[in-house]
Design a protein around this ligand. Structure first.
Ligand code: F0G
Length: 357
């Protein structure tokens, strides 16, 4: 039994590696990928569907970004870049910082001031990235990152506008098919900058073209109501949502996301912060999976789409939960229930549990 080698080695035949890179290049990997596809018992019961969670928060830095970042930083290193730069709502910066650390190259992250979750900032600090706060939102940060990397040749842009990021991220669709033995009927996921929906659709489409699967899922892209440009059909100037990871008003992969929706006969939906938080709590309490608020968008979309019949009962549905709940302790603790406080007294403990009988 071989240990999992990381996704570049695992999916080498299906990734555009090596063509133009230096001879002797090696993957920059933290053994990302191979995340669980977890049967979601409670959500299945609730919706009448066969629901599975693709738990991407179990990647090395706690989000799906690692799939793209192993590719992007491997390429940056193999092509002689001195540093990597990204704009980020938090997860991309944590991931870029970690991969740059093991590659031994510089990393700077442009983040919207005051709008990234504490755990993500802590990660970027620990991995040794240069953190640069920008007076503006993610869209402003991305514009700045693009301009900087266009001007300075030694710095690679590692946002999902970098095509190898999408290539790495498409492997999640392969893993789902490999685990299910078929494509799901519906695939739900949160949408921010729209790289990931683009990546999943590419993954499913490649397996479909090669005859590995005989159908592709309908893609359900879920945005936060206050940051729902794809649902509205127009960019949002001042996006706002508690789900800071997807607080994005002008998705870079707009056209590809629309193509994924159209070609799959899918749809975009918006979920209010209230619905996001409901789903966020439900996933933790009923499935034992602690995700970050943005990640709950997939499940919020599932609940809405099964309630109004867009998803038929009996469907096989995969919800990607994109990031680990530990990244955003503030949101978790903002709904803190009353905490019991006792002396060294077993009866008081049992009583606090309501289990004294
Ligand atoms: N879920 C989480 C937890 C994310 O961090 C992101 C994006 C998304 C969903 C949306 O994915 O952008 O491909 O549509 N986070 C980026 C970042 C923007 O900077 O970490 P997308």
């Amino acid at each position: 039994h071989q240990p999992w080698p990381g996704l570049i080695t695992a999916y080498r035949d299906r990734l555009p590696v090596c063509d133009t890179w230096a001879p002797g290049w090696a993957p920059v990997t933290l053994r990302e990928g191979a995340t669980p596809l977890l049967p979601a018992r409670a959500l299945s019961e609730l919706t009448g569907c066969d629901v599975h969670l693709k738990v991407e928060g179990l990647n090395p830095t706690g989000s799906f970004k690692d799939r793209g970042m192993t590719m992007a930083v491997t390429e940056a290193k193999a092509t002689g870049k001195k540093g990597v730069l990204c704009a980020s709502t938090g997860n991309t910066s944590a991931s870029a910082a970690a991969y740059a650390a093991i590659a031994g190259i510089e990393c700077a992250v442009l983040v919207p001031a005051g709008k990234i979750a504490m755990g993500k900032l802590a990660q970027a600090v620990m991995y040794g990235a240069k953190i640069i706060e920008v007076d503006g939102n993610f869209d402003d940060c991305l514009e700045l990152a693009r301009k900087t990397t266009a001007t300075f040749d030694t710095i690679a842009l590692v946002n999902s506008v970098n095509p190898v990021r999408i290539e790495g991220q498409k492997t999640a669709a392969f893993e789902i098919v490999d685990a299910l033995g078929k494509a799901p009927d519906v695939h739900a996921l949160p949408v921010g900058n729209a790289g990931n929906i683009t990546a999943y659709w590419r993954g499913y489409s490649e397996y479909f073209a090669d005859g590995v699967i005989s159908s592709r899922p309908r893609m359900l892209g879920v945005q936060a109501a206050g940051a729902a440009p794809l649902v509205n059909g127009a960019p949002v100037k001042d996006p706002e949502t508690i789900a800071t990871a997807i607080r994005i008003g002008s998705p870079a992969s707009w056209n590809q996301a629309v193509a994924a929706k159209d070609e799959s006969n899918g749809e975009f939906r918006a979920a209010t912060d209230e619905k996001l938080l409901e789903a966020y709590r439900l996933i933790a309490k009923t499935e034992g999976v602690f995700v970050e608020p943005a990640s709950a968008a997939s499940v919020a979309g599932l609940l809405a789409a099964t309630a109004d019949g867009w998803i038929e009962k009996g469907s096989t549905v995969v919800c990607t939960v994109t990031g680990n709940g530990l990244k955003d302790p503030d949101t978790a603790l903002s709904s803190l229930p009353e905490i019991a406080r006792v002396g060294i007294d077993p009866v008081a403990v049992a009583s606090a549990m309501g289990l004294t009988e």
